[in-house]
Ligand binder design. Structure first.
Ligand code: ADE
Ligand code: ZN
Length: 340
């Protein structure tokens, strides 16, 4: 059986990107350039030599490479350049709206101030309006850091409330359940931030973590979260509450040796608002359109299923109902006018 959608269809389809870590968009070439600009010795003399170290087959082995690469990010301009580089690529993927994760603790813990990070990233989101893309920022707590560290990060973020749309949770999930940050999520919600959190595929206690997120913390979205298929009651709850699940096929292929397409199809069939994203595109071999095409191709998704995934991305984004209607219309017009 052959696929029913082309790479061109997935590339030009209007979409929202809701699961992309800005630090995961740091390409080897930008890393190399920033290292030279900031006089930092990466330990590699060529980009190809650097790329050879990009070996990982689990969340923890990936995170080691990912955090080590960040030391080239030093100045506000570096964060601006990082975000602008990604936003240009997102535009080429016809991303119309993006909610970008950033990890302040990965930078404050090595002496870079919160203001340096947020001011550089935010300035890029403003300038990117000239590219006709709407970009927002989601601040993530690193779950393998302490509660106290999350609390002080949240307190700093309150000084930048107008620049941050929501709060997320990422990094190493092993023995770091969502409930560790119950107080910080509760306070963030009371302060008006939207809530999301990672439930990476096939982690120890995956279902327990998903249950905490849905029944106690009451997040709006779950990042990955495909293990929910193991619990039909939770699937029903997620569908009823229109919780967004953000799946990342290429990242799953690297870190879990399984794209999780069977789970995506099951969740689509059960009416869960699941959608497709890129996670850390500089590390997992593709941007968002590549992720759409990879899953479409491998699992023979129909055009209707692909379009539903794109509609779900807008429907579960943190924009107004009026904006959602405009983007959904754009998707419908695209489908009607696409000949192939
Ligand atoms: N940080 C960056 N990418 C991540 C992922 N896939 N899971 C958890 N934390 C992350
Ligand atoms: Zn992620």
């Amino acid at each position: 059986m052959s696929t029913t959608v082309s790479p061109e269809f997935t590339r030009n389809l209007p979409k929202a990107e809701l699961h992309v870590h800005i630090e995961g968009t740091l390409t080897p070439s930008l890393r190399f350039k920033l290292a030279q600009r900031n006089h930092i010795d990466t330990g590699y003399s060529t980009i190809d030599e650097m790329k050879k170290m990009y070996n990982y087959n689990s969340l923890s082995s990936f995170l080691k490479v990912y955090y080590a690469a960040m030391n080239v990010l030093q100045t506000e301009q570096d964060f601006y350049d990082l975000a602008m580089d990604y936003l240009h690529r997102a535009v080429k993927n016809n991303v119309r709206h993006v909610e970008i994760f950033f990890d302040p603790q990965a930078h404050t813990s090595r002496g870079i101030s919160f203001s340096t990070v947020i001011n550089g990233l935010y300035r890029a989101t403003v300038d990117a309006r000239a590219l006709n893309i709407d970009a927002q920022l989601i601040m993530c707590f690193l779950r393998d850091f302490s509660r106290d560290s999350a609390q002080s990060t949240l307190e700093e973020a309150l000084n930048y409330k107008d620049k941050i749309i929501g709060v997320g949770l990422d990094s190493d999930e092993h023995n770091n359940p969502p409930m560790k940050f119950y107080n910080q999520f509760t306070e963030a919600s009371a302060q008006g931030f939207h809530l999301t959190a990672h439930a990476d595929p096939d982690q120890k206690d995956s279902i327990e973590h998903i249950q905490q997120l849905l029944e106690i913390i009451c997040v709006d979205r779950i990042d990955h979260g495909t293990n929910i298929v193991e619990d039909p009651d939770l699937v029903e709850l997620a569908a009823k509450r229109k919780i967004g699940l953000t799946s990342c096929p290429l990242s799953n292929t690297f870190l879990n040796a399984d794209m999780k397409g069977t789970e995506v199809i099951e969740l689509l069939n059960k009416g869960v608002k699941i959608s497709i994203h890129s996670d850390d595109p500089a590390y997992f071999g593709g941007y968002i359109a590549d992720n759409y095409y990879a899953i479409a191709n491998k699992y023979h998704l129909t055009k209707e299923q692909i379009v539903t995934l794109a509609c779900n991305s807008f429907e579960t984004s943190w924009i107004s109902n009026e904006q959602k209607a405009i983007y959904l219309r754009e998707v419908q017009d695209y489908v009607q006018n696409f000949n192939n």
